[in-house]
Structures are given as C-alpha cells and as structure tokens.
Design a protein around this ligand. Structure first.
Ligand code: C2E
Ligand code: CA
Ligand code: CA
Length: 742
C-alpha cells in the first residue's frame, strides 16, 4: 500500500491524470481544509449569524420598549390632567351655586354638595370658609370638628395675590400623597367682607388613578408620579427599584400650582430570551459543526477511495508503472501530438528472456523483485517525455518521443540492453537477465496504437526466435539500415583507435597576394579492407550516432600536429577544419578544443572553423556561446557551402563569421547557368560590402578562375589549383608555389 501511495504521487507529478479527477469545489473542501478546520468554521459562522440576528432583534426591541414607555407616560399625564379638570369643574359648579344663593344656608350647601358628590364619586370632602373660617362642611359626620376651624392665612393670601384661583395642596402620610385638596377663592369687593371666602374640596386621587390608569385591560409598565425635586410620591406602580435613571422615560407635568414628574420604565431587552436564544444558537452550531465534520470525513474517505480506484484502474500495483489500459490512452495522446508536430518516434517492446523459468525456479518473490528492479531501471533511463509501461506479466513498452530515426532507436535499444543486463541481486545471489526487444517507428510502422503495439510485438518475437538478447526492427530495410549504421559506427570507433584516419589538405589561393596562406583539412579513412574511404561515406553516419565528436577531436588534434609539421618545413599557413553542428553540443566542446590547443602548444589564430550556416541561424545560445568563446581564442569562422539550403543573405551582417565559402555547385554552375552566375555576383558584392572574405570552392578551370578574379573574389579553392593531398605530397607543392612566387 505504501509503495502504491508513493507511486500515485509520483505519477501525478508526471502529469498522468487519473480518471477520478476531483471537481474544483471538492478540491477546495478536501485538499485545503481539514475536517476539523471546516467544522470550526461552520460553528463560527453560525454563531456570527446568530449574533447578527440578535443584535438587530434587540435593537428593534429597545426602540419598541422606549416607544411603549413614551405612550404610557402620555396616557398617564392625560389621566392626571383629567383628574384636575374634573375637580376644577366641580369647584366651578359649586361656586356658581354659592354666588347665586348668597349667603348660603347649611341646607342649601348640603344639597348642592350632595348633588355634586353623586356625580363626582371621588369627592371626599367639601368645605366653605367665608372670611377664612370654615362655615359649612359636607359630609358632616366625622368632619364636624372642622367647623369653625380657620384656614391657613397662606392659603388666603396665595389665592388673593395672584391669578391662582385654583390652589392645590397635597395631603398624605409618610411621603405618600393619596388625596389632593383644591382651594378656590371666592372674592368680591373687599376681602374682609364676610361673603368672601374659600371653597375647598378634597378628592381621592389615589383611588381615581388606580381605577382609571390600572384597570385590567391595560398592561402597565412600572411607573411613578411624584412631585418634582422632592421624594414626595403621588402614585407608584410596579417594581420601583427598576426605575433607575438610565432605564426611565420621564416627562414633567404641571398640575395647578405644582410641577410633577412621571417616570416610566423603559423595559430593558429581555435577558431571559437572549439567554435562551444563545443556548439554541450554541446547540445549533455544535450540531452543524459535528455534522459537517462527519460529512467531510466521509467525503474525504470517498475521494481517497476514488483515487485509489483510479490508481488501480490505471497503474500496475507491483511496479507502479502505467498498465496496458492507461498506456494505450497515453500512447494515443502521443500519436496525436506527433501528428500535429509531424514528428517521428520509436516504440520499443520488451520481453524478459526466460522469465517464466526464473519465476518457477526461484519463486514468485524473486520474480517480483526482478520485475521491480527492471521497471525502475527503465524509469531511470526514461526522459521526462518518454513513456514506460508494464503491459502484461514480463512485457514492458518504452515509447521514446525524441527518438525520431532508426539510428537513434538502435542506439537506445543498445543502451537499454546494457542497462538491463546488469546483475540483479536477490537472496544474496546475483542473477543475470537478458531482454528481447522489438522496435516499431511511428508513423512508418503504424500510425495507431494497435498497429504500433502489434508490430513492435512481432519484431520482439522475431528477436526471440533469432536467439534472444537482441533487438529487431519491425521493418526489414530499417533493420538493415540500422545494422549497417551500427556496424559503421563501431568500425569508426575501432578505426580511430587503430589510427586509420588521415587528414588531406587542399590549398586556397589568395588572389591578391597570389600566395597560399590557408589549407582546408579534409578527412580520409584508410580502411584495411575498403581502402581509401571518403568522408561522405561516414560523416553522416557519425553525425547520427554521435561518433562525430570523437572524429572531430581526432581531426583537430591531428591538425595541431600538422601545423607544427608545416612550420618545420617553413610553411606558415592557417588550417581550415570542417565541423558538424552536433560538435557544438555544449560548453564542454569549447573546453575540449581549448585543451587540445594547449596540449599541442598551438594558438587559436592558426585555425579557421568551417561550419554550416544552419549553426548560426539556430538560436540555441549554447552553440553561439561556443562560437563566441572560440573566436576569443583567435579562431576565425567560415560559413561553409554558402548559397545552398536556406541562405539568409539578410542575416549575413549579424553572423559572427569572417569568411564566406560559396558552394562549389554555384561556382561550377556559373559557366552554364545565368542564375548561378548572378547569385555568385550578388553574394560577392554583398559580402564585400559587409567586409567578409569570400572563398570560391570547387574551381575546376581557368575560365571560372578568371571570371572570379574579375569579380574581386578573395580566395580560389578547387582541383583547378590542387586536389586534396596528404601532407607529404602537399609540402613539396607549397614549396614549389613559394619558389615560383619569388
Ligand atoms: P566540403 O567542406 O565542402 O569540402 C569540399 C569538398 O569538395 C571535398 O570533398 C573536396 O575534396 C571537394 N573538392 C575540392 N575541390 C573540388 C573540385 O574542384 N571539384 C569537385 N567536384 N570537388 C572538389 P571531400 O573531401 O570528399 O569532403 C566532403 C565533405 O566532408 C566536406 O565538404 C566536408 O563537409 C566533410 N568533411 C571532410 N572532412 C571533415 C571533417 O574532418 N569533419 C567534418 N565534420 N566534416 C568533414
Ligand atoms: Ca569545408
Ligand atoms: Ca564546402
């Protein structure tokens, strides 16, 4: 299981997507948050929403409570006003009775008071005090002792001195007023006259107010009515301790000569409801948190299951490699891509030799160990663009995207064979395994998955039949080509080792000075069986197999030695060396050439490197870097075979090359082909204007040589002057030429 998990992660890294791809939301839920985190967030969100809701509820509640307090205060003050007005009306009525019946008899007084008392049921007492002395009392009964009492002089003077024809006195006990006495002055003419007097009545405010303001229909908030700036209360209702200033709506009311104040409780928001609410919110948030925790856990488990399922469906559990199903999908993707890019690639089908036998003899454990070692070796050899899969028991497939020709495929197969042949250790013993391979090339051997698999499989069987431990190409001619290339490749390496190579030289004539100051080195192979082999028979193969680097190094070393040989014969020339693009592989090429110069104590300015134009057109900075570095060492660069291929005349200015070698095909075409002639003329004019040195290659006769001289060409090279010769034959020629010049 461990291995599989690791494999899965790794395969993701390789960009192999599983079929159970998660949706974006699932990704966020499952990858970014742990269940615990998610549950906490849910809980917090619920609590936050609850507090938002509660604060808005309690705000409206507070506003409503304040409004209720205001309304009640208004009603109460209206009620108080009604009480005072009623008493005022009663007084007024009695007064007019008294006026009418001056001086009034006791009987008359009693009748009038009785009539009034029937209408105003809260009337407790009426007195009439002409000249300040009580003369009549209603009801008499217990109030008899009031007769002949004198009113307080302050009452008289207060009534007289002002417009206050209604005076109110509070009556009560222990700070509580229950009854109110209203006095009204009745004065005509002189105040001392006996018919002047004070009419007074006592009304039961407390009962009035209780019945009016506190009937069952009305739900009352606690309130108090008291005299302003004293603690004398007139009426209280409800829990008075609640009436603290911050919770109270208070309004002043003027009652006759006094100022009262009504205080009503503004109900505070209901703490009990809040508590209950928080309890509910808390429980809800816990429940939701637990629920979401559970859901995410289930989800997570499910997604792990899905991934594991997807993994099993796509990958081989033992090796972690894509299985046949997944491989087919990816191979068809590779085919699509190759179709777009018009690229070729190779499919290598592999089968371990005698696997069954080993499995039977050593046991399944050994077989598994063998397979895992085998697969990890393949993975090790694979580039990021390659595709490796185990498609059944001991069969593996290797798709090499960058291997676009047979020679490369051949070399890759060789490389894999070597890698896989290394001993595998199991149970303290070393085992040797070999592998048979079949190679099919896209698109020649098949342009679809079944064809490529079938054909590479067929080739593998052919390899088995031919004795195992080898690779076969599906295509017979390819096989031959690859074989011959491989043979040449191995023969080249052998020949280099055996010293079968030689540099021939062809001189270049400097037209202006008529001297020979440059010779081009051209490689030759003195093959023991084939005799003298020309470069066109092996350079292309060497370029494809990579042997060109060995050849190049040998050629450069030899040229260095030959520089010294020329010097020894008093010949001072530069040597032009031919290079292929693949020799400019990395900075190591520069280091190597620098080393060769140093080893031979020769300076760079003795050399010209002839390179194909394509090398300079290529934007790969590595190659340019090598060119620049060599130029700094004094080496001159010449563009070889100019005028063939995609010569980019407009880029000429930017090329870091001093010399231009016009291709021999153009030079030889000058005599017969007007187009070639014009082209040579144009190139010459342009190159000269850019300060480049121009060499004409392949000059075969006097006529062409004369024409080129006319066109102001700098150098002439070709059989017209001399065919390429070995150094031994060249030195006498150069001596002869020098002699003739002098
Ligand atoms: P190249 O660089 O264009 O070399 C000139 C070729 O033209 C030489 O062929 C030379 O023998 C031939 N030649 C010279 N004068 C005449 C003439 O008047 N008429 C005709 N028809 N041919 C003439 P060679 O020596 O067979 O070389 C062929 C190619 O092999 C060279 O073409 C060069 O690209 C490559 N080559 C030679 N030596 C080396 C080497 O050391 N390294 C690399 N990378 N390539 C090399
Ligand atoms: Ca050349
Ligand atoms: Ca050439």
């Amino acid at each position: 299981m461990r291995v599989n998990e690791r494999r899965y992660i790794r395969s993701d890294k390789m960009g192999q997507r599983s079929s159970g791809d998660l949706s974006a939301i699932e990704n966020i839920l499952i990858k970014r948050y742990t269940p615990l985190m998610f549950a906490t967030v849910i809980g917090l969100v619920v609590m936050f929403l609850a507090s938002l809701y509660l604060s808005s509820v309690s705000e409206t509640q507070a506003a409503n409570n304040r409004m209720a307090a205001m309304q009640q205060t208004l009603q109460l003050s209206q009620e108080v006003g009604r009480f005072v007005n009623e008493n005022r009306r009663v007084l007024r009525e009695l007064r007019s009775e008294l006026y009418r019946n001056q001086p009034i008899t006791s009987l008359q007084f009693r009748d009038s008071a009785e009539t009034i008392a029937q209408k105003w049921s809260y009337l407790d007492l009426v007195t009439w005090a002409p000249a300040g002395k009580i003369n009549n009392v209603y009801p008499l009964g217990l109030n008899k002792q009031l007769m002949s009492e004198t009113l307080a002089p302050s009452i008289l003077s207060d009534l007289k001195d002002s417009s206050k024809n209604l005076l109110m006195v509070l009556e009560g006990r222990e700070g509580k007023v229950t009854k109110l006495t209203f006095h009204s002055g009745l004065f005509s003419g002189d105040a001392e006259e006996p018919d002047n007097g004070v009419l007074s009545l006592v009304s039961d405010f407390w009962h009035y107010f209780k019945s009016r303001a506190l009937n069952e229909k009305k739900q009352r908030l606690p309130f108090s009515i008291s005299l302003q700036e004293t603690d004398l209360t007139l009426f209280e209702f409800g829990e008075q301790t609640l009436l603290v200033p911050e919770n109270v709506y208070s309004a002043p009311i003027a009652v006759a000569n006094t100022q009262w104040v009504i205080k009503t409780l503004i109900k505070p928001s209901d703490l009990q409801i809040h508590g209950f609410f928080w309890l509910i919110a808390g429980v809800l948030s816990i429940v939701l948190s637990l629920l979401s925790y559970r859901v995410i856990c289930i989800y997570k488990q499910r997604s792990v299951d899905v991934q594991a399922g997807a993994y099993r469906a796509n990958f081989d559990l033992l090796t972690g490699l894509p299985n046949r199903y997944h491989f087919s999908r990816r191979l068809s993707e590779t085919i699509e891509k190759a179709k777009q890019d018009q690229a070729d690639f190779a499919v290598l089908f592999m089968d371990i030799d005698n696997f069954k036998k080993m499995n039977d003899q050593l046991g399944q454990g050994a077989g598994d160990a063998l397979l895992t070692t085998f697969s990890s070796r393949l993975e090790f050899a694979a580039k990021s663009t390659d595709l490796v899969a185990r498609i059944s028991g001991d069969e593996f497939v290797f798709v090499a995207r960058e291997v676009d020709d047979v020679i490369k495929a051949d070399l890759l197969a060789e490389k894999l064979k070597k890698l896989l042949q290394q001993p595998i250790e199991f149970a303290g013993q070393q085992h040797f395994v070999t592998v048979s391979m079949g190679v099919a090339m896209y698109p020649i051997d098949g342009d679809n998955v079944p064809a490529l698999l079938h054909h590479s499989d067929q080739a593998m069987y052919a390899a088995k039949r031919a004795g195992r431990n080898r690779h076969f190409f599906f295509n017979e001619t390819m096989r031959e080509q690859a074989e011959s290339y491989l043979i040449i490749h191995q023969d080249l390496l052998r020949g280099l080792e055996a010293g079968e190579f030689e540099l021939y030289y062809q001189p270049l004539l400097n037209i202006k000075s008529q001297k020979i100051d440059i010779c081009e080195a051209l490689i030759r192979w003195n093959h023991p069986q084939k005799g003298l082999v020309m470069p066109d028979k092996f350079i292309t193969v060497a370029e494809q197999t990579g042997a060109i680097r060995e050849i190049g190094n040998w050629a450069f070393s030899q040229a260095c030695r030959d520089i010294r040989n020329f010097s020894d014969s008093d010949i001072n020339i530069k040597i032009a060396i031919n290079h292929s693009i693949s020799e400019y592989y990395s900075n190591r090429a520069f280091e190597r050439w620098k080393g060769i110069l140093r080893e031979n104590s020769v300076t760079g300015d003795r050399f010209i490197f002839e390179i194909p134009e394509a090398l300079l057109m290529d934007k790969k900075s590595v190659r340019m870097n090598v060119v620049t570095a060599m130029r700094k060492m004094g080496v001159q660069f010449a563009i070889d075979d100019f005028g063939t291929g995609h010569s980019a005349i407009n880029y000429l200015r930017n090329y870091p090359a001093d010399i231009l070698k016009i291709d021999s095909s153009l030079i030889q075409g000058m005599q017969t082909n007007a187009k070639d002639r014009t082209l040579v003329e144009v190139v010459l004019i342009l190159a000269k204007s850019l300060g480049k040195i121009v060499v004409a290659e392949g000059v075969e006769d006097d006529e062409v040589a004369a024409h080129l001289k006319e066109l102001d060409c700098d150098y002439l090279q070709g059989n017209w002057l001399l065919e390429p010769k070995s150094i031994n034959l060249l030195i006498p020629f150069l001596h002869q030429h020098m002699f003739e010049q002098e």
